[in-house]
Design a binder for this molecule. Sequence first.
Ligand code: 13P
Length: 388
Amino acid sequence: MPLVNMKQMLAHAYANRYCVGAFDLVSLDFLQGILQAAERCEAPVILSLAESHFDYFDFDILMPAVVAAARRAAVPVAIHLDHGASLESAVRGINLGCNGVMVDASHHPFEENVARTREVVEMARGCGVPVEGELGYVPGVEGEDAERHPGEVVYTTAEEARRYVEQTGVDFLAVSVGTVHGRMKGEPRLDLDRLAEVNEALGLPLVIHGGTGLSDEQFLALIERGVAKINYYTALADAAGRRIGENGSGGYTARVAGVAEAVAAETERCIRLWGGAGRAGEVLEACTPWAPVEHLIYYNIEGLDEAGVESMMEEGRRVLSTIPGVLRVVTGRAVQGDAAYRYCWVVEFCHPAVIDSYRDHPLHRRFADERFRPVAGNRISIDFVSVE
Ligand code: 13P
């Protein structure tokens, strides 16, 4: 159950001037370490999966574990797609269980960034999922993550940020004020006045990418000026790498022993510094649980033989599962021969908002009007939200 609405989670952090860590994970050790740290601190946490890291793991395979771990956590958790490259990436992330998505079009000119971000916001609204946009550019300098973010820094300006948020409708804004992805080289210089101006102009939760390498004072100064989410990865990867190095030679399990704890220790240091410790209870109270909706249809068929029914079901599973906000599509046949309804659909939506956006989606309309309704006049349909 402690998967919660991420917009409400960050609204709480922003209003109470602390910051939730969005820790990028690349393996089950990271997942366990990050959640252990959040539970030890009794803090809200964001499990973040970056599209720029998809070479390191299979997103489709890892996500069910991430969702299961979040659901059984003792603290409020959100699952975020970090650096989503396209509308298709955002849909994929949502349909696998992310309840927040970032669209990273920050390397494009302003107008194109707005257009690409806006189409993601429109889609995500229909799924009840909040969107993070980025304006300005946070480059990479050194470390595992750096080559994924080539180029020079472009600072965010308050005036552009105001227009960007107005035109896109994003819920959170990632800003560029002097941080870099990966390890720092030399002393990072942050433009805190610029950050204060952006915060003054927008009044919404701000996000910092490139958390690794900042000093304690710099983190606190960022949070003081409206930063409610900090993205953090390289320091976790370095802590994991150091532990593997210390373990020396041996088999696989001997070499990776203690990696989850190394990740947990660095995550815990950040959570405590950023003010999230002890906040789990308040956040749970302030946030709506993120619970799926089961859209159930029981039906009988007239005018199709069994092969025709199979083919209609197969098309439905394939087509309907691509609609934004659809977590899974199950087709079923009654076990009892004398059941009042012989067939069913179980379509799982990520959020109640999908009831409307799914009904109106062109793919659903075409399938329902042309393939399903003409043969399934006898049917009932009910939407259930799980009660825990
Ligand atoms: P670091 O790797 O510098 O901590 O940055 C992580 C990040 O911003 C991911 O989006």
